[in-house]
Design a protein around this ligand. Structure first.
Ligand SMILES: [Fe+2]
Length: 231
């Protein structure tokens, strides 16, 4: 029988196939199908058992990562955060992402950059204007969270009930050259000032962000994928 992970993987390949070519156009219908599939994924589907979560909590790294699949178009991985850990604010340049919590509870604070074309290359000392969306609490029976090149592309993730795990599909992967523009790097940020937005129904804030060096105390340990093979 085909596993739920295999079905998800095939749909992700289909949705993002050819992602790195200049004329790639995301098919919304395929994306919505993928979204529906990931919404139904549980810890059981990736064979993430309690012993593994207990191990994560006991070892020293703040986060463990289970790499499941990567090619030129997509990355699929499970991230497990220890209780109380915060994954510092970072971006996903030019990328789409789906994040499905499968264990524990996390808080996601998302930000959308103001020049939202997803094409901007960030310089080291640049100050960036962004909108901060209201933080959301996400647990395993909630739907997947979505980010796009322009919407909610930056986030900070805190583990409020841990260890917490989420399955992540990103396209294209980090470090893949997008039609000659160079390597896609993950940049970290911190807030330097914020101001409540007045012209919005949502409780958003306008924030100024500054690029920071990758936080040295935030590192990860890699764990083996024990779920069904993808073939
Ligand atoms: Fe992220």
């Amino acid at each position: 029988m085909t596993s739920a992970m295999e079905v998800l993987w095939k749909q992700a390949l289909k949705t993002f196939s050819g992602r790195n070519s200049a004329n790639f156009k995301l098919c919304q219908k395929n994306f919505e199908k993928l979204r529906a599939l990931i919404n139904n994924i549980s810890a059981e589907d990736v064979k993430l058992e309690k012993q593994v979560l207990d191990f994560v909590q006991m070892q020293s790294a703040p986060m463990c990562v289970i790499d499941i699949f990567e090619n030129q178009d997509i990355t699929i991985a499970v991230f497990i955060l220890k209780h109380g850990v915060t994954m510092p604010m970072h971006d996903h340049p030019g990328m789409h992402g789906l994040l499905k919590v499968i264990a524990g509870v996390i808080k996601i604070d998302s930000y959308s950059m103001q020049y939202a074309d997803g094409d901007h290359i960030i310089k080291p000392n640049e100050e960036i204007t962004a909108v901060k969306h209201p933080g959301i609490i996400v647990k395993d029976n909630d739907d997947a969270c979505v980010l796009t090149p322009s919407e909610r592309n930056l986030h900070e993730i805190s583990c409020v009930e841990g260890p917490a795990a989420f399955l992540d599909i990103l396209s294209p992967p980090y470090n893949v050259d997008e039609y000659g523009k160079g390597s896609r790097l993950c940049t970290f940020f911190r807030i330097i000032s914020s101001q409540r937005a007045t012209n919005s129904d949502e409780k958003t804030e306008n924030v100024q962000l500054m690029v920071i060096d990758s936080p040295p105390d935030f590192y990860s340990r890699s764990l083996k994928y024990l779920g069904p093979p993808l073939r």
